[in-house]
Design a protein around this ligand. Structure first.
Ligand code: AMP
Length: 396
């Protein structure tokens, strides 16, 4: 079913436009925003609404205040950063609903912006409570969802509220996310290569099962590779293994074989004696991981092999680091993968979360086609699920 986008709404002038953004941004101990990608991502939609004369009401969650007002999770640092980026004032509301908030919204002039307080200060948000959604909606005329990263959650400001505000639409960030995803999965230019990494198979099981029916090649790195290697009869020392998923890993590889999907696993790795940045470590082949040692990164031969798999790729999707990239001793495989993705002549789509930070740490963020702002939401799309926040925007 079709979705209406904000630029398809005829007249925003003097309308109260509620925009659900995702300003769940990392902060340091003083509360200062340390990474503003998500704020930057929502700016085109916010600017569009303000420049078209809307009275803009922004709402977001931040952290996990668990339904209670906690000063640590105030939206103030995020709204201040937004004001700096926009170059216009952003009023910070003292709450997300109530008399004072209503007064503040009613006093907005055309083009002015108010940021509500953290919607997760109330349990009604995560319970998708219609009454809380009604309080949040606060008489707004138009609802816009530009919070892709939270659209896999049926929460009040994402789902229930769409039943209350009369006109509903998606923002430009949401449009970019859906467009790139469609490009990769609905009608991809082939060969389509999926690179998957991260800690465990269990975290990405449904994604693996879906991708093996869609892609031309699957490249597996990170901790999850060792369940696959063990299922092939290798001894993998103390590396991360989910023994109960060994039969599933085998099945996934069988499906790949049946469908002619090329399946790549590490051929070498960097092993460590302990899970620590200062661990003793060395390179060994995947066949010769010694007892008592754990593989924490792919090795140099694997980095070359994985880069080679991308040589003819036309579309690449990457989710999950190739190793424990947070530790300098085990980041080389992930950085080499980032470089290979950046160098390949393909549409390259990076799943959010850890892969996003890995790509930025590797300094190649401007050389990939698209970095999704959603970790969980991106994975759910890959699993073939419909996101509740997107579903709620579909108009009959
Ligand atoms: P995920 O959230 O499943 O994408 O996992 C990301 C985490 O996987 C990162 O924090 C990495 O440190 C971790 N990781 C990647 N490779 C390994 C490995 N070989 N062993 C243990 N953890 C790993």
């Amino acid at each position: 079913m079709p979705i209406c986008y904000i630029d398809q709404i005829k007249d925003l002038k003097d309308k109260k436009v509620f925009i659900r953004v995702d300003f769940n941004v990392p902060q340091d101990e003083t509360g200062a925003v340390t990474e503003d990608t998500r704020i930057l991502g929502a700016i085109p939609t916010i600017r569009y609404a303000a420049e078209h004369g809307a009275k803009v009401v922004l709402a977001s969650h931040l952290g996990r205040p668990k339904g209670e007002k906690k000063a640590k999770y105030t939206m103030t640092p995020a709204s201040q950063r937004l004001a700096e980026l926009l170059g216009i004032p952003v009023k910070q509301a003292p709450d997300c609903f109530g008399t004072e908030v209503t007064r503040l919204i009613d006093s907005l002039k055309s083009g002015e912006i108010v940021m509500l307080e953290n919607v997760r200060f109330y349990p009604g948000e995560e319970k998708n409570d219609p009454e809380f959604a009604r309080q949040l909606a606060n008489g707004c005329d138009v609802y816009v969802n530009d919070a892709f990263a939270v659209s896999h959650r049926a929460h009040a400001s994402v789902e229930a509220i769409t039943k209350i505000i009369p006109v509903i639409a998606a923002g430009f960030l949401m449009r970019d996310e859906m467009t790139y995803f469609d490009k990769a999965m609905s009608n991809p230019v082939r060969p389509l290569v999926a690179i998957l990494g991260g800690a465990k198979v269990s975290g990405k099981l449904e994604v693996l099962e879906k991708l093996v029916t869609k892609v031309d090649k699957i490249v597996i790195g990170g901790g999850m590779a060792f369940t696959f290697l063990k299922s092939m009869g290798y001894t993998v020392g103390k590396s991360l293994v989910e023994d109960e998923l060994i039969p599933t890993a085998k099945k996934i590889m069988d499906t790949a074989k049946e469908r002619g999907v090329k399946f790549y696993l590490p051929v070498d790795c960097i092993v460590a004696d302990v899970f620590e940045a200062t661990a003793t470590n060395f390179v060994t082949t995947a066949q010769e991981i010694p007892d008592g040692w754990m593989a924490l990164d792919i090795g140099p031969a694997t980095a070359t092999l994985f880069a080679e798999t991308l040589r003819d790729a036309k579309t690449v999707i990457w989710n999950g680091p190739m190793g424990v990239f947070e530790m300098d001793a085990f980041c080389r495989g992930t950085f080499a993968m980032a470089e290979a993705v950046a160098n390949c002549f393909a549409t390259t789509i990076i799943g959010g979360g850890d892969t996003d930070s890995a790509v930025r740490k590797a300094g190649v963020e401007n050389r990939v086609s698209y970095i999704s702002t959603g970790g969980g939401a991106f994975l759910e799309l890959l699993e073939g699920k419909t996101l509740p926040g997107v579903n709620a925007l579909e108009v009959a």
